[in-house]
Design a protein around this ligand. Structure first.
Ligand SMILES: C[S@@+](CC[C@H](N)C(=O)[O-])C[C@H]1O[C@@H](n2cnc3c(N)ncnc32)[C@H](O)[C@@H]1O
Length: 200
């Protein structure tokens, strides 16, 4: 994780003047999205997110989750790669959710649902979860977040998490295994990041 603005949990939707275009490569295509200050990594795709995108297998169909979606690098990629999926892009930052909605619309991705955590129906289970989780919220808040969402993996589904090695990726993997009882392996290690695969 890098360059998180301090106010990234609280920003309201960005005004026309605050939003700016950014060309990024998602799912092998150069696409234009909108970003704004007050969301995670507005200058481009975060390094950790790039590591995850290089390592993760193509998403299945069904309900997919981008947990902590920011402006949507992971959710938009899922939707581009799995056009019939319903992609839940979840964040507590309303500015981020607004950007994801705008970006999905701009790219014609009708399956993306950018919503606050409580707006995901309780009976939805996920065929895959991708996340660059908010490590800097603190251990307890991070554990609460993972305890809430990882058990909602569908049978045989997997979650893919990218965590900086020096921000505790290995102890987090052990915590997921012991506390949530979900087998967790190190799927890849690159540029100081670990990609964790959490199985159901
Ligand atoms: C490291 S950023 C990743 C953003 C985006 N997925 C990316 O790869 O660029 C983590 C995100 O988690 C969000 N977040 C923090 N607490 C959260 C919570 N309790 N529930 C959902 N999202 C949360 C933050 O607002 C932030 O956008």
């Amino acid at each position: 994780m890098s360059d998180e603005p301090e106010h990234y949990f609280t920003a309201e939707p960005a005004s026309d003047a605050e939003r700016r275009p950014l060309v990024v490569r998602l799912a092998g295509r150069d696409v234009e999205v909108e970003v704004a200050s007050g969301v995670f990594s507005p200058g481009g795709i975060d390094k950790g997110t790039q590591v995850l995108l290089r390592q993760v297998p193509a998403p299945p169909s069904g309900d997919l989750l981008d947990l902590g979606c920011g402006w949507g690098a992971l959710a938009l990629t899922m939707a581009l790669e799995s056009p019939h999926a319903t992609v839940w892009a979840v964040d507590v930052n309303t500015r981020a959710l607004d950007l994801v909605r705008r970006n999905a619309e701009r790219l014609g991705l009708a399956g993306v649902r950018a919503v606050a955590p409580d707006a995901v129906p309780d009976d939805v289970t996920f065929a895959a979860i991708w996340s660059n989780p908010p490590i800097r919220v603190g251990k307890q808040a991070l554990h609460d977040l993972l305890r809430r969402w990882l058990p909602r993996l569908a049978p045989d589904a997997a979650a893919w998490l990218v965590v900086q090695k020096n921000l505790g990726s290995d102890s987090l993997a052990r915590w997921i295994e012991t506390e949530l009882g979900l087998p967790t392996g190190r799927a890849a290690s690159s540029k100081g990041f670990r990609v964790l695969r959490v199985a159901r």
